[in-house]
Design a binder for this molecule. Structure first.
Ligand code: ZN
Length: 355
């Protein structure tokens, strides 16, 4: 087998067009810009093949330090299957071994998910610099402005009023007792007209909070917008969207280890952070943000019943089931009854009357 690509020299780092050929378990190199002499490099077992990563060129490191890169991903897969299990199933013909494996693999896969995903999320989040979050925000806003949103129709005075309310909430974040990250979020309230999205608000991982004109127009009451803003700040402070990103990436990576190539999926999520738009918050995340909203409103001396009024006045067909879409204020929350109850319970505990 012959693979075409480029060899990067150890010292100079310069690349030269070259071919890698494999014969009887040995690797040979041929420079295509020289005398075309085929040279024995090393046994096949001595090379190091980097795992596939989406559409990035495959990289093979030779024992002498030279790096061979190629676009011929299929050929590289043939030298070394990308997945351990694929290898096992392809080469192992012994049914006495395969039968128990068929039982063990799903169990193993499941435990692997259970064990690795939380670790992956924790490590990934800790290693993600603030700057990366800001650029995710920026990219998502750019995508949204290109495809989904238009300039806001709200008057500057109206915007200024809501912005002042938002800033008022931010001033009291420190007072809310929760597991704070020491991240330096760049809070940034954005207004957009979004006829295709409708009444909605959402938070991006770096601290950008977007409110649609449609939401403000449908819910002009200050206390409702305040409660929604406080809820979105809760998603930011608890880093819910970043957590979701790493859950998806972690699942894809683990899946890759077990079943094969999940590169394109990871790439999709990472590329411009676009995948975040398709991510949903879990029930636990919504609950956490509702409680954060309640605490923040209370700390800011604002009415705490805004979310109740929101859910009770948002007219949604009863049979509509919550779609698992990004923080979708417009899709009904079948759970909205539970969410309303949660806030009512907290008000009762605190002895706060609903006006
Ligand atoms: Zn939410």
């Amino acid at each position: 087998m012959i693979i075409k690509g480029d060899i990067f020299e150890v010292q100079s780092g310069k690349s030269r067009p070259a071919e890698l050929s494999i014969k009887d378990g040995d690797i040979y190199t041929t420079y295509l810009d020289g005398d075309f002499n085929e040279q024995l490099c090393c046994p096949q077992t001595d090379i190091k093949i980097d795992p596939p990563l989406g559409n990035i060129r495959r990289k093979i490191t030779l024992p002498d330090g030279r790096v061979f890169e190629t676009d011929d991903r299929e050929a590289v897969d043939k030298i070394q299957p990308s997945s351990f299990w694929r290898h096992v199933f392809k080469t192992e013909r012994n049914w006495r071994l395969i039968a128990p494996l068929a039982v063990i693999t799903p169990i193993l896969a499941f435990s692997l998910f259970r064990l690795t995903i939380p670790v992956f999320i924790t490590v990934g989040m800790a290693m993600t610099p603030d700057e990366a979050l800001y650029s995710i925000d920026k990219n998502i806003m750019r995508l949204m402005d290109r495809f989904a949103t238009e300039d806001t129709r709200l008057s500057t005075t109206h915007q200024a009023k809501i912005r002042a309310q938002f800033d008022g909430l931010l001033a009291n974040i420190e007072q809310v007792d929760f597991d704070a990250s020491d991240r330096d979020f760049k809070y940034n309230l954005q207004f957009r007209s979004a006829p295709g999205i409708g009444p909605n608000a959402f938070a991006l991982p770096g601290g950008t909070v977007v409110v649609t004109d449609e939401l403000v127009e449908q819910f002009p009451q200050d206390h409702i917008i305040l409660a929604i803003l406080a809820h979105e700040i809760g998603h930011v402070e608890n880093q819910h969207s970043l957590r979701q990103i790493y859950r998806v990436v972690g699942t894809a990576t683990t899946f890759n280890m077990i079943a094969g190539d999940a590169g394109p999926l990871i790439e999709g999520v990472m590329e411009e952070g676009a995948g975040i738009l398709a991510l949903s918050y879990s029930r636990a995340h919504e609950n956490e943000s509702d409680n954060f909203s309640y605490d923040l409103l209370k700390a800011s001396n604002q009415p705490v019943h805004g979310l109740i009024d929101f859910f009770e006045n948002f007219d949604v067909p009863a049979q509509e089931i919550e779609t698992d879409e990004a923080d979708n204020w417009t899709s009904t929350h079948p759970l909205s009854q539970n969410r309303v109850k949660n806030i009512k319970d907290r008000m009762a505990e605190d002895g706060i009357e609903r006006p």
